[in-house]
Design a binder for this molecule. Structure first.
Ligand code: FAD
Ligand code: SF4
Length: 570
């Protein structure tokens, strides 16, 4: 049996194993291989090669059977994935099929997933803001959740490191609540966005409207050409995969970069079942994998393991990694594994119209919008709810098209829509507080198609979220009114958690091994050669889109891992 053959065991031994090839796994692969480690990247889904595997990238709307809308049968068959705004005829192939990847919703939770090389990096909206020192200090200040074991100063150089390579566009706004980064030139704000920015600045000292910071190459640098990437063409068809590599994805950037080192082995169709813990050596020695095609179980070995399966699956892998030393999941001496799970609250929206600037309109496309950084409870506690919210904001000129008539007249009206008022809109991005009662666990009875226990998710909003939604709706209405916007409408979708696609926690970092899973370098306190650097490691969530922080965390942890290996500490 090749399984027990010594040569075969050697062939399955690496310096490092990375579980998952999405945003964080791609960074782990890049950093570890660049530093000379022979690295195995295990990915449960199929391979998606940059450009080669983007079947819809150059298709015109009329080339899709349903003009990009999904047929009703597909919607019915995928009640969860179909809720994501990016799930359409041009991109649905980068989402899982609901029925093939079951999980248990103890409370309603929409789990949006992309299982392929590149993970959700093919689908993301590319918003990338740094955390500030105040975000890291939040839990220590108000006493909810545990203290972060790191500060902004620890992570700032790593933000710079990942920003330069990934390519982040943005404006240097000089805000204490949202530190500037290594920016490529910013996208432009529309005239009504600029107008709102001015009005808000005149009326509020602590509120700002800025152009979104986004992972788009607006002015390629040599490092981007070296990756084979070029300037973003503003096509706004990013979720199909971008032939220019105009936005950051693992597929266009970190994975091919790691491949070029000659040190990476990428193994798609490899579902990680669990991590192997050797009680004599008192360390993790490898992983058990189920080949998705043959359903064969096999083992791979390494000195260090990076867990980057995205927050929920990283929890699942650790929970399923049991041994007599760790009967409740790998590294779970504190009993916190799977607990203190959190997310972002995206429920509320405010929209309106503006009757000015009728001599101006927008032209072309922009893969970005404007952003309102958090202004509640940033520096001190000021409201009756904890923490705060950021918000998206955008303003575009509306137009009406007359579809009546035929022939020449119809062509003329199609080419000459009647411009209407400007439409303005905003949505909340609220911080939720990690609580013990928001948890994920293995279902004791239900298994997935690979025989792995299904993940049971029990996560909900609380009173703090309700108060925050109320405050956002009131404040945004006040700001819109102050700016002279009309026809203001507020809404609360009451959507279940999950659709924000910012799952975080369950394997949180902390100073005290009794109340946390990971130390300041993302090592399991109780098994330090295992690193968890995706959203699972988040101690609190703040309001920023999280992926830039996962990238910086991963690069920093990889640097530390290699240093610790060289010091023979792992
Ligand atoms: C529509 C959309 C918009 C978004 N917008 C933004 C945004 O603007 N800004 C932002 O910061 N974030 C955004 N996100 C979220 C962002 O995509 C995620 O935060 C990010 O991809 C997380 O990186 P990750 O490496 O943890 O997970 P992923 O990128 O999901 O990668 C995880 C990988 O692990 C693999 N995997 C899982 N389980 C196993 C296993 N057992 N064995 C082997 N492999 C496994 C998966 O197949 C996947 O490839 C958005 C997401 C979506 C879908
Ligand atoms: S907007 Fe830019 S990144 Fe997105 S598909 Fe177009 S060129 Fe590519």
């Amino acid at each position: 049996m090749p399984y027990f053959n010594i040569d075969s065991q050697k062939a399955r031994t690496y310096d490092a194993i990375v579980i998952g090839s999405g945003i964080s796994g791609g960074w782990a692969a890049k950093e570890l291989t660049e530093k000379g480690l022979k690295t195995l990247v295990l990915e449960r889904g199929r391979d998606v090669k940059h450009n080669i595997d983007y079947p819809t990238t150059n298709m015109q709307p009329w080339e899709f059977p349903h003009r990009e809308r999904m047929p009703l049968e597909a919607v019915k068959a995928n009640p969860i994935q179909s809720k994501c705004y990016n799930w359409k005829e041009s991109s649905a192939h980068f989402f899982i099929k609901d029925e093939e990847q079951p999980y248990v919703q103890e409370k309603p939770f929409d789990w949006i997933r992309g299982y392929q090389v590149g993970g959700k990096s093919l689908l993301w909206a590319r918003q990338t803001q740094r955390w500030s020192k105040y975000d890291f200090e939040g839990p220590a200040r108000d006493g909810f959740a545990v203290e972060w074991p790191i500060s902004y100063d620890d992570i700032a150089p790593w933000y710079s490191h990942v920003e330069k390579f990934a390519g982040i566009s943005g404006n240097k706004d000089g805000l204490a609540s949202l530190p500037d980064g290594e920016f490529l030139p910013p996208h432009q704000m529309t005239c009504v966005e600029k107008y709102f920015k001015e009005k808000v600045a005149q009326n509020y000292k602590d509120r700002h409207i800025i152009i979104g910071r986004a992972a788009h190459i607006t002015e390629p640098q040599q490092i981007h050409y070296d990756q084979g990437r070029a300037k973003c063409q503003n096509r706004t068809m990013c979720e199909r995969g971008c032939p220019f590599g105009g936005y950051f994805s693992s597929n266009s950037s970190t994975i091919p970069w790691a491949m070029k080192t000659g040190k990476m082995t990428l193994r798609p169709h490899s579902v990680v079942h669990s991590i192997i813990y050797d009680e004599k050596k008192q360390k993790a020695t490898g992983v058990r994998v189920i080949d998705a095609n043959t359903k064969e179980m096999m083992e791979f070995y390494a000195k260090i393991i990076f867990v980057n399966a995205a927050a929920l699956n990283s929890n699942l892998v650790l929970l399923n990694s049991t041994s007599s030393r760790f009967p409740n999941g790998l590294g779970n001496d504190s009993g916190t594994l799977g607990k203190y799970f959190a997310f972002h609250n995206y429920r509320a929206r405010v929209s309106g119209e503006y009757e000015g600037f009728l001599d101006s309109t927008t032209d072309g496309r922009r893969p970005n919008g404007s952003y309102i950084p958090r202004f509640r409870n940033v520096f001190k506690q000021e409201t009756d709810f904890l923490r705060g919210y950021a918000a998206g904001f955008s303003a575009n000129r509306s137009s009406k098209t007359d579809y009546s008539g035929e022939g020449e007249a119809l062509k003329h009206s199609l080419h000459n829509p009647t411009p209407g008022n400007w439409r303005v809109g905003s949505h909340i991005m609220g911080e939720t507080i990690p609580k013990e009662s928001n948890y994920v666990a293995l279902d004791p009875n239900k298994k997935d198609p690979y025989g792995i226990p299904q993940l049971k998710i029990s996560v909900d909003y609380d009173d703090n979220d309700e108060k925050m939604v109320k405050d956002y709706l009131e404040q945004m209405t006040e700001m819109f009114t102050m700016a002279g916007f009309t026809n203001i409408r507020t809404s609360d979708s009451k959507q279940a958690p999950g659709l924000d696609i910012h799952e975080m926690g369950g394997v949180r970092m902390g100073k005290d091994p009794k109340t946390s899973m990971l130390n300041a370098y993302h090592q399991l306190h109780a098994a330090p050669n295992v690193f968890v650097t995706d959203g699972a490691s988040m101690t609190s969530t703040s309001t920023q889109n999280p992926s830039l922080t996962y990238m910086a965390f991963t690069a920093r942890a990889a640097d530390w891992a290699v240093k610790e290996l060289n010091r023979k500490n792992l």
